[in-house]
Design a binder for this molecule. Structure first.
Ligand SMILES: C[S@@+](CC[C@H](N)C(=O)[O-])C[C@H]1O[C@@H](n2cnc3c(N)ncnc32)[C@H](O)[C@@H]1O
Length: 389
């Protein structure tokens, strides 16, 4: 994995942009199959810290590139979709660059609009631009958090039906401030209460705070649409073994969680390699010696899931004699555990082989993959029977 020169020193932005790119492409291709208009709102667009003249290393260039690719891909299968993109940027100079870029890169089928101002003040304007009916993807990627990630600030947007969100949750900042008295009001606005993490170790704190925020996000739901669901990807500091921020995803579709988790799974080895490379470079700069082995070649050190835990979890949730596993259930399981479909498939396979469970649609257990097909029977999935207590 070679991190492009543009991202040197801001490797976390490369990881973030990889996720954005991978997820948006899947999302647009799926939504484009059923909806004629797709809207995209970059609420903190920049350009920021960009090194590429064409803004290819920014969320602006990346999102427009994916829109173009999907527009062509959808046309190829007979779907005529129109994209509308809105970019919000507070800084005057950044906005001017954005405006010049948008005017110079017009594309048929993609209309762009830009507003210079504060996200907080522009929320009603953003919602007016979105209208009532079209699907909207909101990318909320600020540098800070005040008047941004608090639930009351986001509430008008969260109430909009047919919308999805990707929110940069500045975890490191929250970690440092959530116990300070001077930040109590802010913490109440973010978490609904002051989080009590005194007895938790760093890993538990991370999980507790992000899960608290996810549950608060889900409390604000539009009147129509499925139940709100969230998933997240931790973005770590390039050379420190700590979470820098979390990218929190919010949707009302079980399929959204499944597709987002697939994108997140692909990101795991990328993030690992990028960080190893950054650490290696830091060591080399210190010692002024090139290391013998390229650490980024080491792709095997991705945190792995203990399949015994996944098996125990599955046996715990199958409370009766059988359970149907469709995409709703898979999304529930992913939301609760953070595990990928691959992990569940491996656990099912082992439980089928041992004769503890059986899939009644595949009684002989001959399948090499999809030991449970969650999308079978129009996403209602397959029935798994428990043979032994
Ligand atoms: C982290 S950068 C965005 C990076 C961009 N999303 C990307 O991935 O390439 C945040 C941007 O938001 C702008 N910004 C900060 N506060 C803002 C606010 N209250 N409203 C709108 N824009 C703001 C900053 O000027 C900066 O350009």
């Amino acid at each position: 994995m070679v991190v492009p020169e543009n991202y040197r020193g801001r490797e976390q932005a490369f990881v973030k942009h990889r996720l954005l790119k991978t997820y948006l492409e899947r999302l647009f291709m799926i939504i484009g199959l059923s909806q004629p208009v797709i809207r995209y709102v970059d609420c903190f667009s920049g350009p920021w810290n960009e090194k590429d003249e064409q803004l290819k290393d920014t969320s602006i260039g990346i999102s427009l590139g994916i829109m173009k690719k999907c527009l062509e891909g959808l046309r190829g299968i007979g779907r005529n979709v129109t994209f509308h993109a809105l970019f919000i940027e507070k800084d005057r100079r950044a906005f001017e660059k954005l405006d010049v870029h948008l005017k110079a890169t017009t594309m048929p089928g993609i209309s762009t609009t830009a507003h210079n101002g504060e996200f907080f003040d522009l929320r009603n304007e953003i919602l007016r631009w979105c209208g009532q009916d079209d699907f909207v993807f909101f990318f909320i990627d600020p540098k800070g958090w005040k008047n941004i990630v608090e639930i009351p600030t986001l509430e008008p947007l969260l109430k909009r039906p047919n919308s999805e969100f990707l929110i940069n949750f500045m975890y490191d900042f929250v970690l440092r401030t959530h116990t300070q008295e001077s930040f109590q009001d802010e913490m109440k606005a973010i978490f609904g209460k002051i989080p009590d993490t005194a007895s938790l170790n760093p890993k538990q704190k991370d999980k507790h705070l992000i899960n608290l925020y996810r549950s608060k996000l889900k409390e604000i739901a539009p009147l129509k649409g499925g139940k709100p669901r969230t998933a997240y990807v931790p973005i770590l500091y390039p050379v420190k073994d700590r979470t820098y921020y979390h990218l929190v995803y919010l949707t009302r579709h079980p399929k959204g969680i499944i597709v987002f988790m697939e994108a997140s799974e692909k990101l795991d080895p990328v993030q690992h390699q990028v960080r190893e490379k950054a650490k290696q470079e830091k060591r080399e700069n210190r010692t002024r010696q090139l290391e013998l082995f390229d650490s980024a070649d080491d792709t095997n050190v991705v945190v792995s899931v203990d399949i015994e835990n996944v098996k125990t979890y599955l046996l715990k949730i199958i409370t009766g004699s059988s359970m149907r596993f469709g995409i709703e259930k898979l999304a529930d399981m992913m939301e609760e555990t953070g595990w990928f479909e691959r992990n569940f498939q491996t656990a099912f396979k082992e439980l089928f082989t041992k004769g503890i469970l059986v899939n009644i649609d595949d009684k002989k257990g001959r399948r090499r993959k999809n030991h449970v097909n969650f999308e079978a029977n129009r996403n209602k999935g397959e029935e798994v029977i428990r043979l032994t207590p």
